[in-house]
Design a binder for this molecule. Structure first.
Ligand SMILES: Nc1ncnc2c1ncn2[C@@H]1O[C@H](COP(=O)(O)OP(=O)(O)OP(=O)(O)O)[C@@H](O)[C@H]1O
Ligand SMILES: O=C([O-])CC(=O)C(=O)O
Ligand SMILES: [Ca+2]
Ligand SMILES: [Mn+2]
Length: 662
């Protein structure tokens, strides 16, 4: 017997050997292990070529447009010429030589190949070469509007930290930056923007000059052209067909391409054929830093916007939200020029066509509350309000995932499936089950998914004029009522204030709530003075008879540390009562100091919580905290006191008077 644990037969070899395997004998003497017909391929390569079928030509050819005369081949060529022009060095005046397709797909990249069974159609554009340099001799491969499946494969093959989760989402890491960098967002100040935009104290627009922009642009373009391959997305913004904007995003990561595929409006194959020249282009060279020897650069990150050139350059941050919110800034410039109001808000619509807007700073509940099983989702974050009604700017949603639960947010939970990008989440290494409570990478974990992943999305994402305008504040001081009805002046006061209070640190121990005031609930994204947007909102609300509401999705019964966050189920009931119209006709009392109208009861909610003072054990502490917050509001509003809102000076005075009185 072997004593080392090895298996052995006790008495040498087995006495009766195993039976010999019998195989079927065919007439010709060749064995077959099954009866299915054999594969029609002689080599493995041939077998693989059978697997992929050539994508069908995109659209039936129409006769009434210029493109219809073009062959598939010529159209592809034009597309590549346009991309080469986008990627042109401004110094060398040449675009790179481009090839379509993955460089890893072994083909002769220097020839136009249109082999029938080949799945990638390789087309080449050789840029005119003026000054010869080494960079002009190489080819850049373009991965143009890849599908989610192709982008998954690219990410998993080439980008560390990319994994498929158990529900089919693509988990990815955004790198050192897991949130936006507002202090590194620069805007070119030129003759036009100097007068048009909001500059100076409080403004999000940090100035840079044209020359510096060009230096950074060249840096980004050279970086992108030095790569083997770049991703290019051609997509749209704004579901209002009259005001649709064509955007091109050039990036170096499949993650970025899939993120924008989800977040922008996806063109139909026909729309893509006729795409032409983009209205706006992003050069995302986020893996590459900016150069601090360059004038204006204060860190290795810079997000640079040039409105005249209609271009944005990203250096030194891979956080994908920069692209989404960068384009939102652009819309905050382009839309008001067309007398359309751009809004940092969620939006949904009831069965009767009643539309509600949800304003609020990050983490206050725009996505959570606009995603409502009983209503149609128009969008979760960025909208336009024009003479035609509301339209979503985007084609997808970007939900916070921290502590996400299937029970509380089933629609968002179910949207996290194949095609969804899951940023910076932690998952089980074996089962790939995501732990949404884990903040090891960041608290700002996010899911980006196409809007149609929400079952009751309203597509196209447009709706009539809003009936309710809901301002969300997550008040960690716990003194704002769970809901208040606002008059127009109060709505404008709170819109301009843009208040929320979150908790500073995520470390243990009780931390002071940090009040944040961000004009128009999105000061980081507006381009003109806040009063410009406020005046437009007031005019539209007045004209269309919308009602304003202030909803506290934050603390109740004490500030952060002693009270607790208002149950999401309660907030949902409040929102339901706003939508149904029942809250409009409830009985109200008016609070001291803030002068807010609060309902005495709402179905399904304990009445005592409606007036925050009731649920604070220590009434004196409540009063002190409320006065402290009122003081912060007053101080913040000082800078706006000298501005007129619109042409109506009566409204301006009313707005000034609509703040806390003490
Ligand atoms: N009473 C409540 N009302 C709303 N949200 C709540 C409430 N209680 C807890 N939450 C949680 O707060 C978070 C709200 O985040 P949400 O994604 O809706 O923010 P957002 O306003 O869309 O921000 P962003 O603009 O950054 O995307 C969610 O994680 C949600 O589960
Ligand atoms: O832009 C982001 O990163 C997330 C977001 O929606 C916001 O902060 O408003
Ligand atoms: Ca959101
Ligand atoms: Mn947002």
């Amino acid at each position: 017997m072997a004593s080392n644990g090895e298996f052995s037969f006790p008495n040498g070899a087995p006495k009766s050997p195993l039976k010999k395997i019998q195989t079927q004998k065919k007439e010709n003497g060749i064995c077959h292990d099954d009866s299915a017909p054999p594969v029609k391929a002689k080599t493995l390569d041939e077998l693989h070529s059978l697997q992929k079928k050539r994508s069908t030509p995109t659209t039936p050819v129409k006769t009434d447009n210029v493109f219809s005369q073009l062959s598939d081949e010529d159209r592809q060529k034009l597309q590549l010429q346009s991309i080469s022009a986008s990627l042109a060095s401004l110094v060398r005046e040449t675009g790179p030589k481009l090839v379509k397709g993955d460089p890893a797909q072994k083909t002769d990249g220097s020839k136009t190949v249109s082999h029938h069974h080949h799945h990638h159609h390789h087309h080449v554009v050789v840029a005119p070469t003026i000054g010869v340099s080494d960079s002009a001799l190489k080819f850049t491969h373009v991965l143009y509007n890849l599908s989610p499946a192709e982008l998954y494969e690219q990410a998993i093959k080439y980008e560390k930290g990319s994994f498929v989760t158990s529900s089919g989402a693509l988990a990815t890491l955004s790198g050192a930056k897991t949130g936006r960098s507002p202090r590194d967002k620069r805007v070119v100040k030129d003759e036009t923007t100097e007068d048009e935009l909001w500059w100076g104290k409080g403004s999000p627009n940090i100035e840079m000059d044209e020359q510096t922009f060009l230096v950074n642009r060249e840096r980004a373009v050279d970086y992108l052209n030095s790569l083997d391959k770049v991703f290019v997305n051609d997509q749209f913004l704004n579901w209002d067909p009259e005001h649709r904007i064509k955007v091109r995003i050039v990036s170096a990561r499949a993650y970025h391409s899939l993120f924008m595929h989800n977040m922008c409006i996806r063109p139909t194959p026909e729309e893509l054929e006729n795409f032409g020249t983009p209205d706006f282009t992003i050069y995302n060279a986020g893996q590459f830093p900016c150069n601090r020897y360059t004038h204006y650069m204060t860190s290795s990150t810079s997000i640079d916007l040039n409105l005249k050139r209609r271009e944005m350059v990203i250096l030194g941050t891979q956080y994908a939200g920069e692209m989404k919110k960068g384009l939102f800034s652009v819309m905050h410039y382009l839309m008001p020029k067309r007398h359309i109001l751009s809004l940092h808000s969620g939006c949904n619509m009831g069965k009767e066509g009643d539309v509600a807007l949800f304003f609020g700073l990050s983490g206050t509940g725009k996505t959570t509350l606009s995603t409502d099983h009983n209503r149609y989702l128009i969008g979760d974050d960025e909208h336009c309000w024009s003479e035609n009604g509301v339209s979503n700017i985007e084609g997808g949603c970007y939900a916070k995932c921290i502590d996400l639960s299937r029970e509380k947010e089933p629609d968002i939970w179910n949207a996290i499936k194949f095609g969804t990008v899951l940023e910076n989440v932690v998952f089980d290494e074996h089962t790939r089950e995501v732990d949404y409570t884990d903040k090891s990478v960041t608290e700002n974990t996010r899911a980006s998914y196409p809007i149609e992943y929400i079952p009751n999305a309203k597509i196209p994402c447009v709706g009539p004029h809003p009936k309710n305008v809901i301002l969300l504040a997550c008040d960690a001081f716990g003194v704002l009522p769970p809901v208040s009805k606002l008059n127009l002046a109060q709505t404008m006061y709170h819109f301009i204030s843009g208040y929320t209070a979150l908790v500073a640190g995520t470390e243990e121990g009780i931390k002071e709530p940090q009040a944040t005031f961000s004009a128009c609930f999105g000061a980081a994204f507006i381009m003109m003075h806040p009063t410009k947007y406020a005046a437009m909102l007031a005019e539209k609300m007045q004209k269309h008879g919308a009602t304003g509401w202030l909803v506290n999705t934050g603390w109740s019964g004490g500030r952060y540390g002693s009270g607790s966050r208002i149950k999401l189920a309660y907030t949902r009931r409040i929102i339901d009562a706003i939508h149904s119209g029942s809250l409009l006709n409830a009985n109200y009392t008016t609070t001291e100091v803030f002068g807010l109208q609060i309902p005495t009861e709402i179905e399904g909610i304990p009445s005592e919580i409606l007036d925050p003072v009731n649920v604070w054990a220590d009434k004196e502490a409540y009063n002190d905290t409320m006065l402290k917050l009122a003081g912060l509001f007053r101080k913040n509003f000082e800078v706006f006191a000298t501005y007129k809102i619109g042409t109506d000076s009566k409204l301006t005075e009313e707005i000034l008077a609509a703040g806390p009185n003490f």
